[in-house]
Design a protein around this ligand. Structure first.
Ligand SMILES: [Cu+2]
Length: 342
């Protein structure tokens, strides 16, 4: 820290010329510079003057020192500024001499140190925070969106995906047209997007939990509810399990299910897997007129036509005698079975 000695004194304007002449006070102070420069810890000498209200010239002599020992050593030995001025006391306004020792709180050098410390901090923190933030955002987006899509039926999922795509497009168009976006707008967009993602993810997780809670009792109840595997001759209830990715009837995968002809049979379905499934019966020619079936459509279809993980559904079958294929529309190649109507 810097130490400063400030010596103030006043000279009547009428005597200024006398002070300025060769060998005068001001000349002697100028000459003192050479001596000061040789003193340890000396940094700077400044002489300033101004005229005050009484018409006197106020002169300020400032010497700057690297430490207080240097200043004290200088002050306590001759020659020094105060001593030189006292020799010319007859020139001065009476009692106008003042000597102040001051300690600098802040100097340009210390400001520069403060700033560079701040800059170093931000140089260290920014390259860490930005990639970590982007990574966290990407993970949230991937995890959140996948959870949300799993909870939605097909139509809503397509709607949401379209909405997300349009949203990204709108933001991109806006940013392209406003290259100098203020920071609060950038931050605002991020906050809204992250809030929507987090909200959607929480909603999806809650839905999932509820699905599990309601799914479990039904899943354990269904095996007892019907004599699985036996033909429902009287149009009674049958139960079929939907796993990842197979139909199962009494421990048999890709099973053959039998129902009576010309009567409505209701088959209850339980999704014990993680993926969504459904059940879609082909027409007599082995064709699926709809790629994705609808209850009440051309051929029998589970209601709902998307059975979430842990969810249950029913399918009503009322067909003429014959053998029909059925499948899951989500996994049409691997997830199939045969329906015998007798
Ligand atoms: Cu499936």
């Amino acid at each position: 820290m810097e130490y400063i000695q400030t010596v103030l004194f006043q000279v009547p304007a009428s005597r200024l010329e006398q002070a300025s002449e060769t060998g005068g006070l001001l000349a002697e102070l100028d000459g003192h510079r050479a001596y000061l420069k040789q003193q340890p810890g000396f940094r700077d000498l400044r002489l300033t003057r101004s005229i005050n209200n009484e018409g006197n010239v106020l002169i300020v002599v400032e010497t700057r020192w690297a430490d207080d020992e240097s200043l004290v050593r200088y002050e306590t030995a001759e020659p020094n500024v105060a001593g030189i001025i006292r020799k010319h006391e007859d020139l001065l306004v009476r009692d106008s001499l003042q000597v102040l020792d001051m300690e600098a709180l802040r100097t340009e050098a210390s400001f520069a140190r403060l700033e560079s410390a701040e800059a170093a901090r931000s140089r260290l923190v920014l390259p860490l925070i930005v990639p970590l933030g982007v990574l966290a955002f990407a993970l949230l987006a991937i995890y959140g969106l996948s959870r949300i899509y799993l909870e939605l039926d097909k139509g809503s999922a397509v709607g949401l995906a379209t909405g997300v795509a349009i949203g990204i497009l709108l933001i991109a168009v806006y940013v392209a047209n406003n290259p100098r976006m203020p920071a609060w707008q950038v931050g605002g967009i991020f906050v809204v997007v992250i809030a929507a993602l987090a909200g959607g993810t929480i909603w999806a997780l809650v839905q999932e939990d509820e699905g599990e809670a309601t799914g479990e009792p039904t899943a354990s109840a269904s095996p007892g509810a019907s004599p699985a595997g036996s033909p429902a001759a009287g149009g009674g209830e049958l139960a079929l399990t939907l796993g990842d990715n197979f139909f199962e009837l009494a421990g048999q995968k890709s099973p053959t299910l039998s129902v009576a002809a010309g009567k409505e049979a209701t088959v209850s379905l339980t999704n014990t897997g993680i993926a969504p499934h459904n059940m879609h019966v082909a027409d007599a020619g082995g064709q699926y007129p709809e790629a994705f079936c609808n209850p009440g459509g051309a051929t029998p279809c589970s209601d709902p036509n998307l059975i979430k993980a842990g969810g249950t559904a029913t399918i009503k079958i009322n067909l003429g005698a014959g053998t029909y294929d059925f499948r899951c529309d989500f996994h049409p190649l691997e997830m199939t079975g045969t329906l015998e109507v007798q």
